[in-house]
Design a protein around this ligand. Structure first.
Ligand code: GUN
Length: 282
């Protein structure tokens, strides 16, 4: 039997409609949520991400402030901008688009974002809160994935969840959220031995490594839920996930497509964090 395709786009639209209504009523009460996005340099993929964030703000009614700085911007100037935005009462969320140019130390910059405006949840203070389960901002991609899993109706308690990838943005916080739902969690990475065998244990398999079609049907247990975080641009310009969709479709119970799966959910969770931050600022 063929898997059910989990449309992140549909779930996203549903959440965005709710956020839109919420923002309308906040604005009537004199509170207009605002998100500042900083892009340093000309990375084309980052430019697309930033444009999508701006569009989502417009759609929901969030005020967006965009700062595009040239590639040679110094770390000091970038930090200066972050500090100005920390003090700006019309800004409730600050996002520094990653990756930053090589001459800038990313950790130094993230550390300067006020934890109260850290809608990416990248500041070590918020990372620590995720670790202990005392959330304020949830990390956007993992939070979006939890929403998708939630819509399958599956109870994660006691389930085998395997996360492939150990990045600070996805793999590590993802494992924490699953753990807080009482799942049994394994994190795999490039040094994992017998990756196939570990993946085949998974009731829920989440893949975030950036390797096109790494995971085929041989890695998947019958009836597993498969979540593909990959966004790889192939030579023919087509987008492709880390999962071989056609191959896994026949084996999984649920699967996310690329595009239209996890991607739209990440931005939607960013919008949700921005609205929450504005509410908390009162
Ligand atoms: N670059 C790729 N993903 C992200 C993200 O979620 N947030 C930021 N700030 N940069 C990114």
């Amino acid at each position: 039997m063929s898997a059910v395709i989990l449309s992140g786009l549909e779930i996203s639209n549903d959440i965005r409609n709710k956020l839109k209504k919420k923002v309308e009523s906040m604005k009537q009460n004199g509170l207009h949520p605002g998100l500042a996005v900083i892009l340093v340099g000309n990375d084309p993929a980052s430019r697309i991400y930033v444009n999508n964030k701006k569009k989502a703000c417009e759609e929901i009614g969030i005020r967006s402030f965009e700062y595009v700085l040239h590639e040679e911007t110094s770390e000091e100037d970038l930090i200066q901008l972050v500090e100005t935005l920390n003090e700006d009462k019309s800004v409730h969320g600050i996002l520094v688009q990653l990756p930053l140019p090589k001459h800038i130390n990313t950790d130094n910059v993230l550390l300067k974002i006020s934890p109260n405006k850290d809608v990416d949840a990248f500041h070590p203070f918020n990372v620590g809160r995720i670790m202990i389960g005392d959330y304020c901002f949830l990390p956007c991609t993992p939070a979006g994935i939890m929403e998708i899993i939630h819509r399958t109706g599956i109870d994660l308690q006691g389930k085998e969840c395997v996360v492939v990838g150990r990045s600070n943005i996805v793999g590590k916080p993802m494992a924490m959220l699953l753990l807080h739902s009482n799942a049994t969690v394994t994190i795999c990475h490039s040094k994992t031995e017998n990756l196939k065998d570990v993946c085949r244990r998974a009731d829920v398999l989440i893949v975030a490594v950036g390797k096109p079609k790494l995971i085929n049907a041989e890695y998947v247990k019958d009836g597993a839920v498969v979540i593909d975080v990959g966004m790889n641009r192939l030579e023919n310009r087509k987008l492709c996930g880390d999962v071989d969709f056609e191959s896994v479709l026949e084996k999984a119970s649920y699967i996310t497509p690329v595009p239209g799966g996890v991607g739209p959910m990440t931005i939607t969770m960013l919008m949700k964090n921005t609205v929450m931050s504005a509410e908390l600022s009162k």
